[in-house]
Write a protein that binds this ligand. Structure first.
Ligand code: ADP
Length: 341
């Protein structure tokens, strides 16, 4: 079979060229020997108007000439290069952004895993110590090894104190999980904030004395009437007081004050303990956060939940919590609750 080059070019190749050119190019095919034009797309006079001309690979007796209608080839190639560059840039940016997101997620996961494992080890440690003491003291009492009544009383007191500590830890975790899931309900009533502080300080008198604390309570001269949940606010106060005791290993001095300021009634607990560095002031209210971690000079036990619970309770009362503290000098925590109009 023999192919007629003219027919092949005009009928078959021509269609393909037309589709590729899309009205953007002038294309002409010429016979080499006679220079006769056998196929054309667009308007042109002669060869000199083409920007590129080449022999047809399949039929070397013909030449194909191409020129762009609105642009020259250099600017088209420039445009293509620029488009390619933008494309590479976008792809690069996409990869960089993905890598950053993956890195951030992994870092968050690692931090969360670390926090979880710290929390479990802190809680286990906190629970193990009172359990060991209770079991040891109860065993000694059960074996009737103690003859003096005073000694027995002391052992009972330790057992009572340690079991209270255990229930405090469990309550704190339960409170936290209730607050987190929004299941803690608040029972609001009207009462005097001075009464709340006085009642708790009275119940803590023995505890503070036995731990060697010097303390002062300055109650506002008038009653501070607020609409709040007595139990929840007591929890908040006790959490702050416990922290002041826990983080005052050397200078054991606590000052409690109540007052009224700008439409709020407040209580304030000041200590002369280890204090908190400025950069940690905001973080201490985050769940599980503990500054004392890694501080070899002073390792106090804790779960890192106390201040998160306090903050949640204060928020539920549309109140505010303020901290002013300096490292190695002490801390002041102040809780403000709107007063009754
Ligand atoms: P926990 O006491 O169980 O660690 P908190 O949420 O009550 O948890 O407190 C968070 C962190 O804030 C503590 O680990 C401690 O480093 C710091 N902190 C809280 N209260 C005081 C305080 N009165 N003095 C010094 N540091 C404190």
């Amino acid at each position: 079979m023999e192919i007629d080059p003219r027919r092949f070019i005009t009928e078959l190749l021509g269609q393909k060229i037309q589709a590729t050119a899309e009205n953007r190019m002038n294309i002409g095919i010429f016979e080499n020997t006679t220079n006769r034009n056998i196929y054309r797309i667009g308007n042109f006079e002669n060869h000199s108007e083409f920007q590129a001309e080449k022999q047809l690979w399949l039929f070397p007796q013909f030449n194909i000439g191409i020129s762009l209608r609105d642009q020259d080839l250099a600017s088209l190639s420039k445009q293509k290069n620029r488009a390619m560059l933008y494309f590479i840039l976008v792809v690069d940016l996409f990869f960089i952004a993905s890598a950053f997101l993956v890195f951030r997620t992994i870092r968050k996961e690692v931090r969360l895993a670390q926090i979880k494992s710290d929390f479990i080890s802190n809680v286990s440690h906190e629970i193990r110590t009172p359990l060991a003491l209770i079991s040891m003291y109860a065993e000694t009492l059960e074996m009737n090894r103690l003859k003096s009544e005073d000694k027995k009383k002391e052992y009972y007191r330790v057992i009572f104190g340690e079991s209270k500590r255990l229930s405090d830890i469990v309550n704190r975790i339960l409170n936290f999980s209730k607050l987190e899931s929004g299941k803690r309900t608040f029972n609001f009533s009207n009462f005097d904030l001075n009464e709340l502080v006085e009642k708790i300080m009275l119940s803590y008198e023995y505890h503070l004395n036995i731990k060697g604390f010097a303390y002062q309570v300055e109650l506002f001269q008038q009653s501070i009437l607020i609409h709040a949940d007595f139990e929840a606010l007591s929890d908040a106060f006790i959490n702050l007081l416990d922290n002041s005791i826990k983080y005052s290993p050397v200078l054991k001095s606590i000052n409690v004050r109540t007052g009224i300021e700008g439409g709020f009634g407040f209580f304030e607990i000041a200590d002369k303990g280890i204090g908190i560095a400025r950069e940690h002031h905001k973080l201490i209210f985050d769940k599980f956060f503990r500054v004392a971690k890694g501080n070899t000079a002073y390792m106090a036990k804790g779960t890192g939940l106390g201040l998160t619970i306090v903050k949640n309770i204060v928020d539920a009362h549309q109140g505010k919590i303020e901290v002013s503290s300096k490292l190695n000098e002490g801390s002041v925590f102040r809780v403000l609750i709107p007063i009754n109009k």
